[in-house]
Design a binder for this molecule. Structure first.
Ligand code: AMP
Length: 216
């Protein structure tokens, strides 16, 4: 099963992707995570991407597309994947469609996380992440078991550089301008399933399962 999660920053894509990867046994592929890893490792790609990311803008298509296509060509993606944060532009969507068509492995479903933009800032400023990439929590809506520490490795949780309010506004603007057109793109192809991203986490998970397993 090949699924895309589409939605603005802070709409819960990452959290839900982690759940779905367990129930469906397919990997979550997050271009944000791949880029942050490249930044941590100081690769040429990471050095080029960092400025765009810290400012809350999009990393250029030519960098992100290659990174993503390489990742989904790895063996653990052969039975499917959940794309979390890709595509973010029409050019990315077209490149993905072309590559998957060539492999005769098209996208099965696109889940559109619908949410009131006013709620997003609140969600993002309270987000805390594990510096080792084990996941994310929220100080109010999804606190870790031990305050301020990762449930998996115990490391002190941190606030992402781009989760500060001014950067959040820039990311929202990038979403509105570059990513929102993908809603029409995938609706036209009959692939889009809307979910109410403001519902309780369990309810959102239920809507997603129904959408991707054809029960909706
Ligand atoms: P995320 O973790 O998905 O919020 O991504 C964090 C940052 O990585 C974004 O604000 C962008 O700067 C960059 N990024 C992640 N995915 C993409 C993408 N598909 N296209 C362009 N930039 C991306």
């Amino acid at each position: 099963m090949r699924v895309i999660f589409l939605g603005p920053p802070g709409s819960g894509k990452g959290t839900q992707a982690k759940r779905l990867q367990q129930t469906q046994s397919i990997p979550q592929v997050s271009t944000g995570d791949l880029l942050r890893k490249a930044v941590r490792e100081g690769t040429a790609l990471g050095r080029e991407a960092k400025g765009y990311m810290d400012a809350g803008g999009l990393v250029p298509d030519r960098l992100v597309i290659d990174l993503l296509l390489e990742r989904i060509g790895e063996s653990d993606c052969s039975h499917g994947f959940i794309l979390d944060g890709f595509p973010r532009t029409v050019a990315q969507a077209e490149a993905l469609e072309e590559a998957l068509q060539a492999r005769s492995k098209p996208i099965d479903a696109v889940v559109n996380f619908e949410i009131d933009p006013a709620k997003l800032v609140e969600r993002l400023v309270g987000r805390r992440v594990c510096p080792q990439g084990h996941g994310e929590w929220h100080v109010q809506f999804n606190p870790p078991r031990s305050e301020g520490h990762c449930d998996v490795c115990g490391a002190a949780l941190i606030q992402r550089e781009d989760d500060h309010e001014d950067r959040i506004r820039a990311r929202m603007e990038a979403y509105r301008k570059d990513t929102e057109p993908l809603i029409g793109y995938y609706r036209q192809r009959g692939l889009l399933h809307d979910v109410d991203a403001l519902a309780a986490m369990e309810a959102v998970a239920g809507q997603i399962e129904a959408a991707v397993t054809g029960g909706h």
